[in-house]
Design a protein around this ligand. Sequence first.
Ligand SMILES: [Fe+2]
Ligand SMILES: [Fe+2]
Length: 437
Amino acid sequence: MAYISVKVRTKDLKPGQILAEDVRDTHGRVLVFQGAVLTPNLIVGLRIREYIDSVKIFIPVEEAPKGLVKPEQAGISIPGGIQPKLGRFFRNARKMHEIKPETIKELSEDVKPIIEEIFETRPAIMDSLQLISSHDDHTHDHSWMVMLLSLSILRMAELKNVFHPGKQDKVDIALGALLHDVGKTKVPLEILNKPGKLDPDEWKIMKKHPDYGYAMVRSTENLMPVAKAIVAHHHRFIDGTGYSPEGLPVLEKLPTLVRIVTIADIYEAIVSDRPYHVAALPYHAIKIIDQGAGTKFDERFIGCLREMVAPFPTGSFLFFRKGVIGKVEAVDALEKELPFIEIIASLTKETEDLVGREFRLGESLNDMPKEEDIVLGAYSPVNLATKIKSAMGIGSGSDVLFEPGTEFALTSLPEWERIMKEHFDFLFESESEERVR
Ligand SMILES: [Fe+2]
Ligand SMILES: [Fe+2]
């Protein structure tokens, strides 16, 4: 469906409408980004700011007043043609020894409209970033996502006056990000897709992928040195730790574009499903990345990433200490780190009274969970259950989830009862065995 943007007075806004333009405060700081879906809270937030009289929202072309805007001006989607092409490219890459200059030329043309979208029209890109994740073709999907994310961080850096990219920087980071893991096509699939942990020998091979990738792009014309540096050094951190191809000197100063891709790469790896782990919420990904702020990762770009992502996506599930399970019901784009949560289930006797209550994270209500009580998060109950199971399997992990001597009891809202029973049955296994006896 094609959309156009129209100006609407804040008093006439309705929930569900999508912002077509960033809304800024009197200092020019972005309050709500283009692409945000308006919620009742968000609308109130806009109305109480008297200096915001009207905002631009997207409406379907069909609903637009006639003669307002030409439909061809209205597209907000990212061109999709490049993705199948990229799929083919990665499938063929297993047979390639080097990447041809024609391929680079073609890819450079392909990424141009994407760059334009992100830098000039900037759609709700983070929404699309959530969508793609696949097990078998994950190098291709991962590369695609890392490219979108790297470009988005670069754009945010520009908006925040952190870094001013030139035209060529945008193309270089896009190509570098697309190709950063191309060396993985030389790593045996059994290692790439191994569900468990890699053994030391397998790790040795895995760590060679920047080496393999650099060998493939080293002499490719049309590919700028910084894009090649992304392929070679994307596992190198700003403090010099990490790894790059053997025989290449450790760079004294990691180039800015490499720093950005490094962050995009690890973020994408944490928030997506992989053969060896279940996707984490953006909240946890940012927490993990934050641990390396200033040592592994450039703080400036962590800041950019933080501004872009919603830590607790609507519809995701949180597991709090003492066995409380909450579902994120709504997120106010002005304070996205404080989501509205409904408690849908409790796994312990101690907290069963909380089931059915709604609260906002950060409200200091005595008996409700706090941010520091968040232990795990996931996009679905089944993934949450998988995570709880594996956390309980690693010894001390279970103490964090449940104090010793905890009395388990499953209580859930009627609509969640069946799902909860199905997925959290493992907690009660011993009990059910006894019942059979
Ligand atoms: Fe990599
Ligand atoms: Fe990667």
